[in-house]
Write a protein that binds this ligand. Structure first.
Ligand SMILES: *Cc1c(COP(=O)(O)O)cnc(C)c1O
Length: 376
């Protein structure tokens, strides 16, 4: 018997189908409608921010944030290299250059102590990423930004529900961005959001999202904008997801608890560190493999799990080593040892709300029995 255990599955067991059918029957399937308004209001409360602008995905959320901040060709934006490629791609979309900064070994997020060294005359801002659900040290990052006259965007795509010193992730910088892709904690398949408090930036974000149309004067376009809107059908899904967020989160927290409990004694494995000011979001369970202690490399363990029907995913390949970015990164002489180490040793285990305790026991036994160093 080989089981098949997927890495991620969206949880659509509540009112998702009902609300989508309702949106279809109402004929409001484009980007206006009751679900759009309801989602934007409820998500503002969820992230503790003044305003939410729904957009068609999380990459577009970052792009829109940078457009609203007037980032231009020649500008530099400090970003982590240990993140999904969208964070750096968005910087390129506005003609600017992502400059890569190492992460802190205690959070795996942007290292405040490394940031300052990378600031140049061209630096305009920082995109901090709440990696694998753990919030970045936003007070320290915001402080460095303020001292140097920079803005901060918080990419909270992976951190729905995380908190930093009791405050919701995503609402901790000048602008926050989210993704609702199929593998994110709350999902509508493809979707995203920008969250903001500043009323001027809110107006700019809304204008740029909707082809640059003047909010006070229909069909008059004072600026070049984009069509980055989110549909009422997608928002119907998101409203149903938000209704059941506690249920979805508590299932995922239980998955995290069981993994930690059953893997903690195995030599050579490491968990995601948790800062004492953080409550991370239970996005994807992270494991690092020290080959000396475990007896096999990360890739050998992933292959073994795949052969036994368990889907896993390696950590992000550090962006400064990828073809679109590596030449510029090398020219700047960037050294990112913590990022490089995580990139070769880390991977994610299946994490979703439909995993059973039995599935998790199966996965943990496979891992344990694979290590030649364990006493059985
Ligand atoms: C998922 C993700 C994004 C992009 O979201 P999409 O909705 O897939 O465009 C951006 N940043 C991070 C850190 C992500 O994990």
């Amino acid at each position: 018997m080989t089981r098949k255990i997927a890495l991620a599955i969206p949880d659509l067991r509540g009112n998702e189908e009902k609300y989508v059918a309702d949106a279809v029957r109402s004929s409001w399937i484009s980007s206006s409608g009751v679900y759009v308004d309801r989602f934007e209001q409820e998500f503002a409360a969820f992230t503790g921010s003044g305003h939410v602008v729904g957009v068609c995905n999380g990459t577009v959320a970052l792009h829109l944030a940078l457009l609203a901040l007037d980032v231009r060709p020649g500008d530099e934006v400090l970003v982590p290299s240990m993140t999904y490629i969208a964070t750096a791609n968005a910087v390129r979309y506005v003609g600017a250059e992502p400059v890569f900064v190492d992460v802190d070994p205690e959070t795996w997020c942007l290292s405040p102590s490394q940031l300052e060294k990378s600031i140049t005359r061209r630096t305009r801002g920082i995109i901090a990423v709440d990696l694998y659900g753990h919030p970045a040290d936003m007070d320290a990052i915001n402080h460095i930004a303020a001292v140097n006259g920079l803005w901060v965007v918080e990419d909270a795509a992976e951190a729905h529900s995380a908190t930093y010193k009791g405050r919701p992730a995503g609402g901790l910088a000048k602008i926050g961005t989210f993704s609702f892709y199929g593998n994110k904690i709350l999902s509508c398949g493809e979707g995203g959001a920008v969250v903001v408090n500043d009323p001027y930036l809110y107006l700019r974000l809304k204008t740029l999202r909707g082809q640059g149309m003047d909010p006070e004067r229909r069909y008059y376009f004072p600026v070049t904008g984009y069509n980055f809107r989110l549909t009422n059908v997608a928002c119907a899904l998101l409203c149903a997801q938000l209704e059941r967020r506690e249920e979805i989160l508590s299932c995922r927290r239980e998955v995290f608890r069981l993994y930690r409990e059953q893997l903690q004694e195995i030599g050579g494995l490491g968990f995601q560190p948790i800062a004492d000011w953080a409550v991370p979001a239970p996005w994807m369970f992270c494991l690092t493999v020290d080959p000396a202690g475990f007896g096999h490399t990360r890739d050998e363990l992933m292959r073994h799990l795949a052969e036994n029907g368990v889907e896993t995913r390696p950590f992000f390949i550090p962006l400064h080593t990828l073809p679109p970015f590596r030449q510029e990164s090398a020219r700047r002489g960037e050294l990112l040892p913590v990022t490089d180490r995580l990139g070769t040793t880390g991977f994610n285990l299946p994490t979703h709300s439909q995993l059973t305790a039995d599935d998790i026991g199966y996965i943990c036994r496979l891992i344990k029995n694979f290590s030649p160093n364990q006493s059985r």
